[in-house]
Ligand binder design. Structure first.
Ligand code: ZN
Ligand code: ZN
Length: 851
């Protein structure tokens, strides 16, 4: 009878020890829901050190994907770690809620974009909460709501006042699928960034632009002041801004008194070697020269069409170069030589001036072109002589094309003998004095076209009055609210244009009738400054509070995908600089440190609906719980690498959490009976366990403060748990004192907190703690205790590792040599061979050279 009772109790106990993520997570989910202030930051007057951790806000497409989960799991682990290390943490979330997909969905599902968007937000927010992410929802920002987008309009007016917003007719990139204009940055390989197969067309339209080029130099200079950004992103931004220093030189047209072609060159030092002029097919001079030639006109059309096709498939720089001679010539102003004018397929009208001087001897592309058409090649730069003094002989003929800048100029009249750098300086000066040229800097970066002919975006707050022309909407009339009752089609421009009650307005200047601007803003406007709004999301009379911003900015850590390296991350840097110049904020840059996580892939490809390899976070949570899903996304790969999703891996993490759970429950009584403080390890095995504990704390702390290799952090916790299991008997029989058990289990749970918050909270309570885990101090390690007194070193034979031995740190070389040669595997491997020598690298390795 007694036995039976016992076994029932045992069964009950085993059942209790069973890790049930759903029971645990539902319990804590409910509890956390009732504590809305749990993740609230303290005010900007807090004495604590601030930490602003931010993940890029998602587009509310309807459901989170694994890429999101990974991004947010990284940010969440960091936020929790920062809380536990005593920081005042701001960890917000919001929605990049304007944009075309809402309109497409509206047509497809016959809903309103607003309804579709807000429904998706509700769904994704619920997913985020269920995953246990530590966002302060009080600071939520939703860009499609008037309390946010009114400030887009306010900023637009400020930009307009400062001459930074302007309207001009221009050739624009038009995606026929989107039925809207795209920024240059949204054209990828000649196609739309959303429709990778749809070639972008060129159209002439009146557009609104933001003058980002005014800040090109500063945007470039400050890249050097962002050491916390990945080098890859900094390089991409430098290339995108694309600064080149050079000169503009006018080449008069032969036979015309006033016509000239202005070329841009970075190598004016080679101008005496120019043997032709090349212009873009769309250059105005091309059309002029073709006025009387049907053939030439046809050839130009053909070249234009070819460039268009090239833009669709590849970089124009890579196409096979060819062109057509116009029959006309231009005069080199330096030596009065006549140079034939060609129209070439590889010269683009939107780079430089759309015209170059061709110097085949010293430029790769020019050389290729000249060889093809038999154009003269004239050497004007020679390698510096390397002969001894007094040694005679011919000058070294350079291998063509010779493009080095470390050389001398020849065949260049008065400039002969100068170094290239001197020649650039002197020749530019000469051109300026003579009035046919000037020093210049060009940028590849173009002004930011923000006009979109779409409905679901921020209305641009401008009016057109017959009498007064362009009139800004007065600040007091903001927001210009996006009307609800609109018919959305994807044809024929903006849906707003057909809405009379929206279009027809009163001119604030003369009171007469005015027409309202119907373009809406690029959604990259929203994301350029949304993170400022988080600091005071409900502020009524201003977009932000300057004092609060001075406390929170710059953002300490921003985390998101590298695909935003040149769009969002250049625009938001630009916006910050304008805000600073307006006197709104003091920081020069928005983001101190940037982290770009790798992609989540499955079966070798990025997860996508079309590939059918999407893993739904909801499914994973239903099967394994939020903790395992999140923890796996951190464990499976270093955060900056691609992660190949394996469900067996999630299962493995779940088994690990189950192991931790069972172990803590088994020894919880013992741990609760003692104070975790003053735990001193006495026996050898206790000391060993303590060392492992301190090593684990050290490892994870260094990972958080450094390289974020959370995969190895988690692996270290796993090893620690293995060590605990190995010491199970000594824990049970008291060889390891209860106080040490209490301290160890407590620490394990604290270390799990940033990675698996649900089970950590549950175990924290199990250990008898009433406090909120997030407010507990991060465990400290004792460097002395963490010191390894034995290490494992490899033994090599002829440089190849054959075995490993354990040695005490600082063992004398002679002893190490002895131990190595006594190793069984080594003995077998060198049997019958002659030992030439044994090299001992202290505390590192032994290499035995044999023959
Ligand atoms: Zn498109
Ligand atoms: Zn008027």
């Amino acid at each position: 009878m007694l036995e039976k009772t016992l076994s029932d109790a045992d069964n009950k106990r085993t059942e209790q020890f069973q890790y049930d993520p759903h029971r645990i997570e539902e319990k804590w989910f409910a509890r956390w829901q009732s504590q809305p202030d749990l993740y609230k930051a303290e005010s900007a007057t807090s004495a604590k050190k601030k930490y602003y951790v931010l993940e890029m806000l998602p587009y509310p497409s309807g459901a989170l994907h694994m890429g999101h989960v990974r991004n947010y799991a990284i940010g969440d682990a960091l936020a929790r770690y920062m809380w536990m290390t005593g920081h005042n943490v701001l960890h917000p979330m919001g929605w990049d809620a304007f944009g075309l997909p809402a309109e497409n969905a509206a047509i497809k599902n016959n809903t309103h974009p607003r309804q579709w968007t807000l429904g998706n937000i509700a769904n994704m927010k619920a997913q985020m909460k269920r995953l246990g992410f530590s966002y302060d929802w009080d600071t939520e920002v939703t860009t499609c709501l008037p309390d946010f987008y009114r400030w887009n309009q306010w900023f637009f007016l400020k930009f307009y006042e400062r001459g930074l917003a302007y309207r001009k007719k221009s050739k624009v990139n038009w995606c026929p699928e989107c039925a809207t204009v795209l920024a240059n940055e949204q054209v990828v390989n000649g196609c739309c960034w959303r429709h990778e197969e749809t070639p972008v067309e060129q159209r002439d339209l009146e557009q609104w632009f933001l003058r980002i080029t005014d800040y090109a130099q500063e945007l470039l200079d400050y890249i050097d002041k962002l050491p916390g950004w990945p080098e890859k992103v900094r390089t991409m931004q430098r290339n995108w801004i694309g600064r080149s220093e050079g000169a503009l030189v006018d080449f008069p047209l032969e036979g015309y008194s006033r016509e000239k072609i202005t070329i841009f060159t970075t190598r004016i030092d080679t101008i005496f070697g120019a043997t032709s002029i090349q212009i873009a097919p769309e250059h105005p001079m091309a059309r002029k020269l073709a006025e009387n030639s049907l053939d030439l006109r046809a050839a130009i059309e053909e070249l234009i069409a070819e460039q268009k096709r090239a833009r669709e498939t590849d970089d124009v720089g890579n196409i096979e170069k060819h062109g057509v001679f116009t029959g006309a010539c231009a005069i080199n102003p330096f030596n009065k030589e006549k140079l034939p004018i060609w129209i070439a397929n590889y010269i683009l009208m939107d780079y430089g001036t759309g015209a170059i001087m061709s110097v085949p001897a010293h430029d790769e592309r020019d050389y290729e072109f000249a060889k093809k058409y038999g154009i003269d090649v004239r050497i004007v730069v020679l390698p510096r002589r390397t002969r001894e003094p007094g040694e005679d002989g011919q000058e070294d003929e350079p291998v063509l094309p010779f493009t080095s800048m470390e050389s001398l100029v020849i065949n260049s009249g008065q400039f002969n003998g100068l170094s290239n750098a001197e020649a650039i300086d002197k020749m530019t000066q000469y051109a300026e004095q003579q009035g046919f040229g000037k020093r210049t800097v060009t940028f590849r970066l173009k002004d930011w076209g923000i006009s979109r002919q779409r409905y679901w975006g921020t209305p641009i707050p401008m009016l057109y009055c017959k009498k007064d022309g362009l009139v800004p909407v007065p600040e007091k009339d903001l927001p210009v609210v996006l009307p609800e009752n609109v018919k959305i089609t994807l044809q024929g421009g903006s849906p707003l244009a057909s809405l009379k009650e929206f279009v027809n307005a009163k001119c604030p200047k003369c009171g007469g009738p005015a027409r309202r601007e119907t373009d809406t803003m690029d959604t990259f406007v929203d994301s350029s400054w949304y993170f400022y709004r988080y600091t005071d999301a409900k502020l009524k009379n201003a977009p932000l509070d300057s004092k609060t911003i001075s406390y929170w900015f710059p953002i300490d850590q921003y985390i998101g995908g590298v695909e935003h390296a040149i769009l969002h991350l250049i625009y938001s840097r630009f916006w910050t600089k304008v805000m600073r110049d307006m006197g709104l904020i003091k920081n020069d840059e928005p983001v101190e440190r940037l982290f770009t996580q790798g992609m989540v892939i499955k079966s070798g490809a990025k997860m996508s609906k079309s590939k059918g390899n999407v893993v739904s976070p909801d499914d994973m949570v239903a099967r394994y719980g939020a903790d395992s899903t999140r923890m796996y996304s951190l464990f499976a790969a270093p955060p900056d690498r691609d992660l190949d999703w394996q469900e067996s891996g999630v299962e493995g993490v779940s088994r690990f959490l189950s192991r931790v759970y069972r172990f803590v429950l088994k020894h919880a009584d013992r741990a609760r009976s003692a104070s975790a403080k003053g735990a001193a390890a006495s026996s050898g095995v206790a000391r060993q366990l303590d060392r492992k504990l301190h090593q684990t704390i050290r490892k994870i702390t260094t990972d958080f403060d450094g390289r974020w290799h959370f995969n190895t952090s988690i692996a270290a916790i796993m090893e620690l748990v293995n060590a605990l299991y190995a010491a199970d008997e000594q824990i049970t029989n008291g060889t390891i004192p209860a106080a040490q058990v209490a301290n160890t289990l407590r620490t394990v749970v604290l270390l799990l907190g940033p990675f698996a918050p649900y089970v950590a909270a549950e175990l924290w309570e199990t250990l008898g703690y009433k406090s909120v885990l997030l407010r507990e101090a991060w465990p400290k390690f004792d460097p002395e205790l963490a010191k390894e007194d034995e290490i494992e070193i490899p033994i090599q034979i002829n440089g190849k590792t054959r075995s490993h031995i354990m040695i005490a740190l600082g063992t004398p070389d002679e002893k190490v040599r002895e131990l190595a040669l006594a190793d069984e595997k080594i003995k077998a491997a060198i049997k019958g061979k002659q030992i030439v020598r044994v090299i001992v690298v202290p505390n590192k390795l032994v290499n035995i050279v044999v023959k």
